[in-house]
Design a binder for this molecule. Structure first.
Ligand code: FMN
Length: 269
């Protein structure tokens, strides 16, 4: 299945069918984890954790036996890098029929952190159950999805801009980035807040965060969201044969209140 198709089909899974992962799928997942790099060069270390052995729980998850968790050093760009690498694995997991949902809040954090053996300066921003989706969602999951409006996304003209934040991007101006931008729009985010904003300026695509939450000791959770959106953009532009790389170099475009610059995709022709 193409990455565009995977992104369209992806949804958070909170109800699993109780079956343990097959040995083949477990090995595949660990293989993906070894390759879950990111354009920011920040190493992210993944581990598969057993629910019973590590005493893990989540109030929103039913029927999962294992979790995928990851830790990262609190260095420059760590949140964006972490979001990127974690989402890459979640899409890889979906490609073999394994469901995921990123959990930053709804988890027994101290048990997870203990199992991850965090050292000084390391954080575990989130973890995800991994397993086979149940045919039927729990009532709680159905209600949560309604409350979060999880199947809805902001419209393109609220998210994407041309040259500066005063002009919404038209389809014509988006050119061959249309599919990569649609993949950004469909990305998952904490509380479905969709804090990513993009300014397209010729060969440069600038990514911003619309910050509406305070930082926690774990960092800025909305930067994880922007990292996830960058992963969607990057994987689709690669699939579509668009060459280039990410840099962090603020172009100095005038920004509305609470909008922060994150990174730029620089196209190579
Ligand atoms: C960084 C991040 C943190 C999240 N934390 C939680 C969480 O603590 N509990 C939860 O039930 N869902 C959590 N989610 C899942 C979002 O609620 C979900 O992605 C959003 O509602 C959109 O739904 P969808 O993923 O099905 O498209 C998180 C998602 C992200 C990206």
């Amino acid at each position: 299945m193409s990455i565009k198709e995977l992104i369209k089909r992806r949804r958070s899974v909170r109800t699993f069918d109780e079956k343990p992962l097959s040995e083949t799928d477990r090995n595949k997942l660990m293989g993906y984890a070894l390759n879950a790099d990111n354009p920011f060069g920040v190493p992210v270390e993944f581990r598969l954790l057993d629910v019973k052995a590590s005493g893990l729980s989540s109030p929103v998850i039913v029927g999962a036996r294992e979790y995928l968790a990851a830790k990262v050093m609190k260095t420059e760009n760590f949140e964006v890098a972490f979001g990127y690498s974690f989402e890459k694995i979640c899409l890889d997991a979906l490609s073999i029929g394994v469901g995921t949902v990123m959990l930053a809040a709804s988890l027994s954090r101290s048990a997870f952190e203990k199992a991850m053996e965090l050292s000084d300066g390391e954080v575990m921003p989130l973890a995800s159950p991994v397993g086979y989706p149940s045919d039927k969602m729990s009532i709680r999951e159905t209600l949560m999805r309604k409350a979060l409006r999880a199947d809805k996304r902001k419209s393109s003209d609220e998210l994407f801009f041309f040259k500066n934040f005063e002009n919404s991007l038209t389809e014509n101006e988006a050119g061959d980035y249309v599919e990569a931008l649609e993949a950004v729009r469909l990305a998952p985010s904490a509380g479905n807040g969709q804090p990513w904003r993009i300014v397209v300026d010729g060969d440069k695509i600038h990514f911003y965060e619309a910050k509406s939450m305070k930082d926690s000791p774990l960092g800025d959770i909305q930067k994880l969201d922007v990292g996830i959106a960058i992963a969607h953009f990057d994987l689709v532009r690669k699939e579509n044969g668009i060459d280039g790389k990410f840099t962090v170099s603020n172009p100095g475009i005038v920004v509305p209140n609470n909008i922060c610059y994150i990174a730029t995709f620089d196209r190579v022709k």
